[in-house]
Design a protein around this ligand. Structure first.
Ligand SMILES: [Zn+2]
Length: 114
């Protein structure tokens, strides 16, 4: 399990449990918020925010990785390179999307004033 130091109170603790909460954004968009909470001061830390689109991008990434493993042929360098690029691209899309979603969520959270 991961050790972590709370930004708020400086307490050092082990993250033994992540919470998953379903929430709706201002525009009604449904998201899943992955977080953990400091046992001393109850400060909540957001690990990730997911939604349907990020799940779709994750599936796409996983199927491209599976496909790559299945048809991997060291002799066919062109095909290998092409598939690697595709995996890289899918990974980027997922990371960029999830980053944007998290930022949007945190911005709304700040406006709400927690
Ligand atoms: Zn704390």
């Amino acid at each position: 399990m991961r050790r972590c130091v709370c930004d708020e109170c400086g307490m050092e603790f082990t993250i033994d449990r992540l919470d998953t909460d379903k929430e709706a954004m201002k525009d009604g968009h449904e998201v899943e918020v992955i977080s953990f909470t400091c046992p001393k001061c109850d400060e909540k830390f957001i690990v990730a925010v997911r939604d349907e689109e990020s799940a779709r991008l994750r599936d796409k990434l996983q199927s491209s990785q599976e496909y790559y493993r299945k048809i991997y042929d060291p002799k066919d360098q062109n095909k290998t390179r092409q598939l690697r690029n595709e995996i890289y691209y899918n990974k980027r899309s997922l990371v960029v999307y999830m980053d944007k979603l998290k930022k949007r969520y945190l911005k709304e959270l700040r406006k709400r004033g927690k």
